[in-house]
Design a protein around this ligand. Structure first.
Ligand code: C2E
Ligand code: MG
Ligand code: MG
Ligand code: MG
Length: 290
């Protein structure tokens, strides 16, 4: 009987493994077509100043408008896109459209200094002439380099790779902001921070989730924020969902953040409306600190 059950379990395992493979295959084929059809859209999540909630920038987040599955979140297809190499054309589409949105906002709200932050995969960053292509794109759209931020993970930045370092240096020299995304989830040896050519640390949501409940996690985040200040790095806390989390971060001296507490990622139209409301607050003499 035990043997029977084991065989049964194995069969079930095998068939679920099989369907996972089939599923990924189908996803890949669909993705291929979606790239040709440009079946994607960008949402923009406001990154705010924690004290007064004024807009600091927007993170561009891709969504796939799938004919039968509806809106597919990036966690369901970015890894497939990375494995297959489709991330290169997809990432190019994302950057071009994010830069266009930021350029349009600058025209609509010239008094408003804001930036757009774009996630860049390692594979994409390693394509030849990537840095020059980015600089050409912002030039073509008339966006000042300081209005673009690129988010990369620690694993890319930690690789001692001459080409990566040269591309980063070229982008930074031009004034593009470089952020480490999901900071704290990778190797995070704090000592390497000093020599990395970056401007911003994006503190991963998993840290923020526990700062209110764990004194250890609170201490870790506090230390990172202090270290960032010493190293002259900006900190953006990700995934802030409660006032308690916001208050703790403000007390630590962390200036910026994003999260559902302030806003979910917004469509281009809603993000424009968000900016309009923020800008009209400026004309009224500023929003009162919340
Ligand atoms: P990420 O870059 O760390 O982006 C933050 C993610 O956290 C977004 O998920 C955002 O919607 C979500 N988030 C923000 N605030 C909160 C909050 O308060 N609570 C919760 N529960 N979640 C929050 P999203 O849009 O599903 O994106 C997931 C990941 O997919 C991103 O994580 C990023 O790694 C990747 N991704 C998104 N767009 C792109 C892209 O254009 N290119 C690449 N290479 N990766 C992308
Ligand atoms: Mg990101
Ligand atoms: Mg992140
Ligand atoms: Mg993340």
């Amino acid at each position: 009987v035990a043997k029977e059950a084991g065989r049964d379990r194995w069969r079930r395992y095998e068939s679920s493994l099989h369907s996972a493979v089939v599923e990924r295959h189908r996803l890949r084929a669909d993705l291929d077509r979606a790239i040709a059809d440009e079946a994607f859209l960008l949402h923009f999540q406001p990154i705010v100043t924690l004290t007064d909630r004024r807009t600091h920038g927007f993170e561009a987040l891709v969504r796939w408008d799938h004919p039968t599955r509806g809106m597919v979140p990036p966690d369901d297809f970015i890894s497939v896109a990375e494995e297959s190499g489709l991330i290169v054309p997809l990432g190019a589409w994302v950057l071009t459209n994010a830069v266009r949105a930021a350029a349009q906002w600058r025209i609509a709200y010239p008094e408003y200094e804001t930036y757009v932050s774009v996630n860049v995969s390692a594979r994409q960053f390693r394509t030849p002439e990537f840095a020059q292509w980015v600089l050409d794109e912002i030039d073509r759209m008339g966006l000042p380099p300081g209005c673009l931020q690129l988010e990369m993970t620690e694993s890319l930045l930690l690789h001692d790779d001459g080409e990566v370092a040269a591309a980063l240096a070229a982008l930074r020299r031009a004034g593009v902001r470089i952020a480490i995304d999901d900071f704290g989830t990778g190797f995070s040896s704090l000592s390497y921070l000093r020599r990395l050519p970056v401007d911003v640390l994006k503190l991963d949501k998993s840290f923020i989730d526990t700062i209110a409940s764990s004194t250890e996690q609170h201490a870790v985040v506090d230390t990172i924020v202090q270290l960032a200040r010493i190293l002259n790095l900006e900190v953006v806390a990700e995934g802030i969902e409660t006032e308690v989390e916001r208050d703790l971060l403000v007390t630590m001296g962390s200036k910026h953040g994003q999260g559902y507490l302030f806003s979910r990622p917004l469509s281009y139209r809603d993000a424009s409306q968000w900016l309009l409301e923020d800008a009209s607050g400026l004309q009224r003499g500023g929003r009162t600190a919340a």
